[in-house]
Write a protein that binds this ligand. Structure first.
Ligand code: BG6
Length: 300
C-alpha cells in the first residue's frame, strides 16, 4: 500500500483532490470541485460525504460513528460485497461481506471537468480476504463526484469457474424527518420483510416509515425517489445492473442497541440500497464482468 506522500504524488489533483489522514487515522480522499464536496475513505472505498454546492448534505454520516481500522463506518455508502447480510453457510464470516472493512487501493483519479472528479479504487486481496472468498474476482469501485454522484461496482471473474455474488451499495441518505419522507418507485413491488422473518409481501403505495423497516424489494430494477418535505427536496436514485432495492431504518430500540447510530440518528437517515441480493444473486461466468451502477441527484 502506498503511503500518503506517495498517494498525493501520484494521484492528487491540484485544488481539487487531496489524500489526508481522516478520523481514526483512516486515509481519506477529500474532494472539492465547482459542483460538490466529498470525502471518501480508502478503507472500504467508503464514501462518507457528498454535498452538492448550496445543498444540505445528501449522504448521512452518524455523529456517533466510530472510525476504526477493520470496522465499517456507520453512514456514508458502505460497499456490501461479495455477499449481502449473513454469509449463506459460515456464521462467523463478516455480515455484508468484507469489502467494507478492508483497504482498497487507488488506481486512478481524474478531473474530466471543473465540476466532475473521478476516483477509481480496487479492493486489495490478502490471505485474510482469500480465506473468506477463495475466488479470483478483482473488484473496482468507480466514484464520480459532481452535481450528480455516480458509483459503480465492477466485478470481474478472472477465475476458471462461474461465481455467484451478492452486493449492495448501502447508501445512508440524510433526510429531514424520516417519518415524513416517502420513497416512490417501489409501488406494487414484491419484498421480503426481514422484520417478519423474511415474509414475502407486496408493497402498496409509496414506502413510508413509522417504525423499524428492513425490506428487500426483489426483481425490481426501478429507479426510486426519496421525497423529503422537510428539507424540501427530492433525491433521485437511478440504477443499472441492480434487481434489488433494500430499504432500512432501524428505528429507536434497534438503533439504541447498535451504539454508533446516535440518539436521534434514526430520524435523520434512511438507507435505500441498490444491489443484487436474495432472489437476485448474480452469476458471473469466467472472463465476464458484472457492473452495478447507481446515480444520485437532488431536485428542488
Ligand atoms: C441492512 C440490512 O441493509 O443493513 C439490515 O437489511 C441490517 O438487516 C443493516 O441491520 C445494517 O447492517 P450493519 O451490518 O451495517 O449493522
Amino acid at each position: 500500500m502506498m503511503d500518503l506522500a506517495g498517494l498525493n504524488a501520484r494521484f492528487a489533483i491540484q485544488d481539487v483532490l487531496v489524500f489526508k489522514p481522516g478520523p481514526g487515522g483512516l486515509v481519506v480522499a477529500e474532494v472539492e470541485n465547482q459542483a460538490a464536496s466529498a470525502l471518501i475513505a480508502l478503507q472500504g472505498a467508503q464514501l462518507m460525504r457528498w454535498t452538492p454546492r448550496g445543498e444540505e448534505p445528501v449522504i448521512w454520516l452518524s455523529g456517533a460513528a466510530r472510525f476504526t481500522p477493520g470496522k465499517s463506518i456507520r453512514g456514508g455508502v458502505p460497499v456490501c460485497w461479495p455477499w449481502f447480510g449473513a454469509h449463506a453457510s459460515e456464521a462467523g464470516f463478516p455480515a455484508h461481506g468484507y469489502a467494507r472493512t478492508v483497504p482498497w487501493e487507488v488506481l486512478a483519479t481524474e478531473a474530466p471537468s471543473a465540476t466532475q472528479t473521478r476516483l477509481v479504487m480496487r479492493l486489495v486481496e490478502t490471505d485474510a480476504t482469500r480465506a473468506w472468498w477463495p475466488h479470483d474476482t478483482p473488484v473496482e469501485c468507480h466514484i464520480t463526484l459532481g452535481e450528480t454522484l455516480e458509483l459503480e461496482l465492477v466485478t470481474r471473474n478472472a477465475g476458471r469457474e462461474p461465481v455467484t455474488i451478492g452486493e449492495a451499495l448501502h447508501t445512508y441518505f440524510h433526510v429531514g424527518d424520516v417519518e415524513r419522507v416517502q420513497v416512490l418507485g417501489l409501488e406494487d413491488g414484491e419484498y421480503l420483510d426481514k422484520v417478519e422473518g423474511f415474509r414475502r409481501k407486496t408493497q402498496s403505495g409509496p414506502v413510508v416509515i413509522s417504525g423499524e423497516v428492513d425490506r428487500v424489494y426483489v426483481n425490481n430494477p426501478a429507479a426510486c425517489v426519496i421525497s423529503d418535505p422537510v428539507l424540501q427536496r427530492r433525491i433521485l436514485i437511478d440504477k443499472h445492473g441492480s434487481e434489488s432495492t433494500v430499504v432500512w431504518n432501524p428505528w429507536i430500540e434497534k438503533a439504541a442497541k447498535m451504539g454508533d447510530l446516535g440518539d436521534a440518528g434514526y430520524r435523520h437517515m434512511l438507507c435505500v440500497e441498490s444491489g443484487n441480493v436474495a432472489d437476485n444473486l448474480v452469476d458471473i461466468a469466467p472472463g465476464e464482468q458484472h457492473r452495478l451502477w447507481v446515480s444520485y441527484r437532488v431536485e428542488r
